[in-house]
Ligand binder design. Sequence first.
Ligand code: MN
Ligand code: MN
Length: 411
Amino acid sequence: MADTSSPDPTLSRRSIFGLAPAALATAATISAAQRSGQNQPPNQSEPGPKNPLLEAQNKDSVFSPESDHGTVPPFKYSFALAHRRIENGGWTRQVTVRELPISKQIAGVEMRLTAGGVRELHWHVEAEWAIMLYGNARITAVDHLGRSFVDDVSEGDLWLFPPGIPHSIQGLGPDGCRFLLVFDDGSFDEFHTFLLTDWMSHTPKEVLAKNFNVAASTFDKIPKRELFIFQSQLPGPLQAEQAQAARGTGTVGIDYSFRTKNMKPAKVTAGGEVKIIDSHNFPVTPISAAIVTVKPGGLRELHWHPNADEWQYYIAGQGRMTLFIAGSDARTMDFQEGDVGYVPISNPHYIENTGDADLVFLEMFKAREYQDISLAEWLAHTPQLLVNEHLQLGTQVLNKIPKQEMVITPI
Ligand code: MN
Ligand code: MN
């Protein structure tokens, strides 16, 4: 225990708070190693307080690249920091404009359901795009013509529920499911959707009785509190449930689910691959998506998106992104599993794999069509003399730039 009354003028604030000099030395050594090739601060000690675990995940914030400059609003939030609502049957958490103020166009929700766990029958104003990350689920919906949709989805499958369309999700065997939901409004709130039980319990029973032409006591067992997520038994066979739901009206005219396993990547290079899913191949969706895999050492090339903000979700691996917001201002942030990144419309960026395993992430847009503009493609199709007057790269380098966008380098 440090003697806080010591008059010794060399006593640092850290030793007052109990951190031994040896620990201080270790922290300074790690910092020196981490900053190689980055901003070189004047030779100085690194007194705390410190959060070593968080700093290890955010090296480009602790010591930024020399090219970073100015004030850039934060464009990263971790689902690991989000409040997790845990129920019997599963859990959920969300990253919205409330957690990440820059994310105005899109919000995301992570959800886990046990085998038999149900996300209650509900709807909302926003469109819901989803990707299955683990396990198996049954999804149901009914459209404005009373036509039904019942399907089973597994890892890599997508679904899209249009705005206002009521739906449900249920975990199947053997171990339920885990999925990501993406909504086309940053202010979406998973805890303020229209829930079947919540609505029914806030409607007078005599009105329900009149609506269904039965006795009011029929509704005595409706839960007083919303179910939201609850444990249930497994559903019946898929085909039987599909047939039962379709009686009288048939099935929805447009498919609400999509299998990414069966599709070819839009681009494959030595550095990785990208799958693009938008209204051209998944007609129901107002939200476009790219599923990007970048191999170790690879780079999602310098580019921007002219038609929407980009909301990113990191599924596996680790990477970094520099966001350039003009006016000389740029910032680099680091990302790993479960992190959300955000890029405002037309702001240029890249994503570099900084780990030793594949980096897999989603690029999501509130736009029916996926669009991007590649720096390399732009330069390759602009008169060389003009480009060279700007950048002094020389004809040889300019000739080597591929004439088609590569998406991921190296090629
Ligand atoms: Mn929903
Ligand atoms: Mn992008």
